[in-house]
Design a protein around this ligand. Structure first.
Ligand code: PLP
Length: 285
C-alpha cells in the first residue's frame, strides 16, 4: 500500500511527517475523502470544488494544479489492485518552527494522499440499519470546512459506542439537528426527504448532493429546512449519508424504534437509485 507525501510515493507504513507539522501541532489542515468505483474517481469535480473551498476558507495554498491532482489520484488508484477504493487526501499548512499560532509567511503545505479498499456494499446488510443516539453538537462555527480537527466528532462517535449504538445525530444548543458524526442526515416524512440547509453548521456532503439530484430526478420531494430535535421521534425514516457509507437507515434512535423499526421504503428506493447512479457514472475528466 502506497502513500504520496510531498511529491513522492512511498510505502504507507513507512510514511512519516515532521513533529513540527502544523497539522500535528495545531490541527491546522483540511482533508477530503474521494470514493473510487470500478477504478474510476466518483464525483471528483464536486470533491475538488469542496477541497478548493476548504483551502480558501483556511487560507492554505493549493499545492497542486487541478491536472496535477488528477494525475496523482489516478497514479494512486493504478498502484493498488482494488476495484473500489476510498482515497484520503490531507493538506496541512506545513512545517514551522519556532511554535507560533501565527503561520509564517510562505510555508510549503504538506500534502498526504493514500488509498484504502472500499468494501462491497450489500443491501441486505445495510438494510438492517443502525442504532443511533442524539448527542450535543460540540463543534465550532465552521463545520462547512472539512477540517482535520475532529475531536468533537470522535467524542460523539465514542459516546454512541458507549450507548451500544453505531452513530450519533448531532444537536446544536438551539435544538436544531445538524448532521451525523461523519455524515449528513435526512428525515423522511410522508414520502418527502427533509434535510438541514447548507450553512456553517454542516459539511456540504457530496453524497447529500447526489441524494438531492436523484430525489429531484425521480420526483421525490426534497426539502432543505431546519429540523428540530423534537421532530426526530415522529419521523417515518431517518438516514445518514456519506461517501464511504453511502446511505444508511437509522432503525432505532435513543433505543426507540424509528418508524416501524425497520429500513423504510424510501430508503430502499434511494439505495437502488444510488447503486444505478454509481454504475452509470462516467468519469469524463
Ligand atoms: N458531514 C460530516 C461531518 C462528514 O465528516 C462527512 C463525511 O465524512 C459528511 C457530512 C458527508 O460528506 P460526503 O458525502 O462528501 O462524504
Amino acid at each position: 500500500q502506497w502513500a504520496y507525501l510531498d511529491g513522492q510515493f512511498q510505502p504507507l507504513l513507512d510514511t512519516k511527517i515532521s513533529v513540527l507539522d502544523r497539522g500535528f501541532l495545531f490541527g491546522d489542515g483540511i482533508y477530503e475523502v474521494v470514493p473510487v468505483y470500478n477504478r474510476q474517481l466518483f464525483e471528483w469535480p464536486a470533491h475538488y470544488a469542496r477541497l478548493e473551498r476548504s483551502l480558501a476558507l483556511t487560507q492554505i495554498s493549493n499545492p497542486l494544479s487541478q491536472q496535477a491532482w488528477l494525475d496523482l489520484l489516478n497514479e494512486l488508484i493504478e498502484r493498488h489492485p482494488w476495484p473500489n477504493q476510498f482515497i484520503y487526501l490531507q493538506i496541512t499548512r506545513g512545517v514551522q518552527t519556532p511554535r507560533d499560532h501565527l503561520p509564517a509567511a510562505h510555508l510549503t503545505p504538506t500534502l498526504l494522499a493514500y488509498t484504502n479498499p472500499l468494501p462491497a456494499i450489500n443491501k441486505t446488510n445495510i438494510g438492517r440499519g443502525i442504532a443511533a443516539i442524539t448527542h450535543p453538537d460540540l463543534r465550532w462555527q465552521h463545520c462547512d470546512i472539512k477540517a482535520i480537527t475532529l475531536l468533537a466528532n470522535v467524542i460523539a462517535k465514542k459516546s454512541a459506542q458507549n450507548a451500544q449504538a453505531q452513530d450519533a445525530l448531532l444537536v446544536r444548543q438551539n435544538g436544531l439537528v445538524t448532521e451525523g458524526s461523519a455524515s449528513n442526515m435526512f428525515l423522511i416524512k410522508d414520502g418527502t426527504i427533509h434535510t438541514p440547509p447548507l450553512n456553517e453548521f454542516i459539511l456540504p456532503g457530496i453524497t447529500r448532493q447526489v441524494v438531492e439530484k436523484l430525489g429531484t430526478r425521480h420526483h421525490v420531494g426534497f426539502v432543505e429546512r431546519d429540523i428540530q430535535e423534537s421532530e426526530l421521534a415522529t419521523a417515518d425514516e431517518l438516514w445518514l449519508a456519506s461517501s464511504t457509507k453511502e446511505i444508511i437507515p437509522i432503525v432505532t434512535l435513543n433505543h426507540q424504534p424509528v418508524g416501524n423499526g425497520q429500513a423504510g421504503p424510501l430508503w430502499s428506493k434511494m439505495f437502488d437509485l444510488y447503486q444505478d447512479y454509481k454504475r452509470e457514472y462516467k468519469q469524463d475528466y
